[in-house]
Design a protein around this ligand. Structure first.
Ligand code: ATP
Length: 439
């Protein structure tokens, strides 16, 4: 009998991520650097799978959305037009005693939360990371590491329209790194200074924007559920009042209930025609769409679903994490959706000192490798090998045992219910492809 234990705490997630090779602290041997993380062998697979399913669902399977990969470094005028130079700032206070800095809206009263010291008046602090292009570090060579991928899609609107000949509504999708000099990076990989975004800029006729906004909010909410998040841990929240960005007519956040509370995974904004008009103004170029039905040139409205890859990865990890008690022992298992699981199948010989078993297990692993992420392991006893795979969320384990030499069949163990079935070796590949729904 197994029984579910209480809800997860962040400490358990952080320690599993380190122990099993999902996420390491950046530059750990030098004492680490705040707000930056490195994805280990299984973390990189998880993140890649999230990006792949997003791209498959948002780009490959749709006729009206096309991809782009714009540069991280852009013309500095882009950030003036976008409003980031002027407005992308948080109010900060400094402690006069311990010199620590806090976001003014994160401080409860007028004293330093760390030492109780007196605080300065709030000052605005721009979140963009500056850099210099070329050998001379002066104003003329200064630009920023992009704080969002979106602007690359706005400034390429005319290029993409010219080559794709799309009709409204159509979208541009992009996945890429963004940088923000967050004052208080925190909650593991939730708030970092370097992160990845998956964004769509969806261009629609003005007047149809509210309807499209509503459709995208629903679609993006359901996407997280489709890949396994428990519905009661995901919610929508509308931005109100001052929280609404300067460019937005309305914004909804998809939020996940992390151990540290409800927090944003993705924002879906109605950005109106603000961005295209700003870039037209600052660049002096016309940015418009020719409507063949009416013979008019119009500036489309933009609906923007903007999610973070790292936050999605963290939420999928937290949601998949389960502790159980099995015959008196704790079992930690990550119940990832098969499309997200870093490794799809692991193959073991029951006895690593039997060359025939080892050879056969290795042969089965190499036959599976072209079709799915496969791992061969013989470095521990079978019980420990299963535990390891449970902890990285591998849906199936195959064991080659002594009986295999007689009946040419292996055991396939299911991660979730731990049930084992016996399958003839020639049928293993198709059985797994079917169970994992890989066509
Ligand atoms: P927050 O309010 O949490 O600072 P935001 O509203 O500023 O986030 P957006 O500008 O809407 O975030 O960015 C879109 C998405 O990019 C977010 O939903 C989030 O998933 C991701 N993102 C933004 N900032 C960070 C960060 N510092 N670390 C990790 N992911 C981030």
């Amino acid at each position: 009998m197994s029984e579910e234990m209480t809800t997860v705490d962040m400490g358990a997630i952080v320690s599993l991520c380190k122990r099993r090779g999902f996420i390491f602290q950046s530059s750990e041997i030098y004492g680490g650097v705040s707000g930056s993380w490195d994805y280990g062998p299984f973390g990189v697979e998880l993140k890649r799978n999230i990006k792949n399913v997003w791209w498959r669902d948002m780009v490959q399977r749709r006729d009206e959305i096309i991809g782009l990969d714009a540069g991280i470094l852009m013309h500095p005028r882009v950030w003036e037009a976008s409003g980031h130079v002027e407005g992308f700032a948080d109010p900060l206070v400094d402690c006069k005693s311990c010199k620590k800095r806090f976001r003014a809206d994160h401080v409860q009263d007028d004293r330093c939360p760390e030492c109780g010291g007196e605080l300065t008046e709030p000052r605005m602090f721009n979140l963009m990371l500056k850099t210099f292009l070329g050998p001379v570090e002066d104003e003329a060579s200064m630009t920023y590491l992009r704080p969002e991928t979106a602007q690359g899609m706005f400034v390429n609107f005319a290029n993409v329209l010219d080559v794709s000949r799309k009709k409204l509504p159509f979208g541009i999708a992009q996945i890429g790194k963004a940088f923000r000099n967050e004052i208080t990076p925190r909650n593991f990989t939730f708030r970092t200074r370097e992160f990845e975004q998956m964004e769509i800029e969806y261009f629609v006729k003005p007047g149809t924007d509210e309807e499209w906004h509503e459709r995208w909010v629903k679609e993006r909410f359901e996407w997280y559920i489709q890949y396994g998040m428990r519905r009661e841990y995901v919610r929508l929240r509308q931005h109100e009042g001052a929280e609404l960005a300067h460019y937005a007519k309305a914004t909804y956040d998809v939020e996940y209930l992390f151990p540290f509370g409800w927090a944003e995974l993705e924002g879906i904004s109605n950005r109106t025609d603000f961005d295209l008009r700003q870039h037209a103004l600052y660049s002096g170029r016309e940015i418009a769409y020719f409507d063949e039905d009416t013979g008019e040139r119009i500036v489309p409205y933009i609906i923007e679903p903007s999610g973070g890859v790292d936050r999605a990865a963290l939420a999928f990890l937290v949601d998949a994490y389960h502790e159980q008690r099995v015959r008196g022992r704790k079992r930690v298992v990550l119940r990832f959706h098969p499309d997200l699981a870093p490794i799809k199948v692991a193959v073991f010989p029951l006895l690593r000192n039997r060359p025939e078993l080892v050879a056969l297990a290795k042969e089965i692993a190499s036959e599976l490798r072209p079709h799915m992420m496969t791992l061969y392991d013989d470095t521990a006893s079978i019980g420990r090998l299963y535990r390891r795979q449970d902890e990285i969320g591998t849906p199936f384990c195959i064991t080659v045992d002594v009986q295999t030499l007689e009946d040419n069949a292996v055991t396939i163990r299911d991660r979730d219910n731990m049930e084992q079935i016996r399958v003839a070796v020639p049928e293993v590949k198709d059985t797994l492809l079917e169970k994992l729904s890989i066509c």
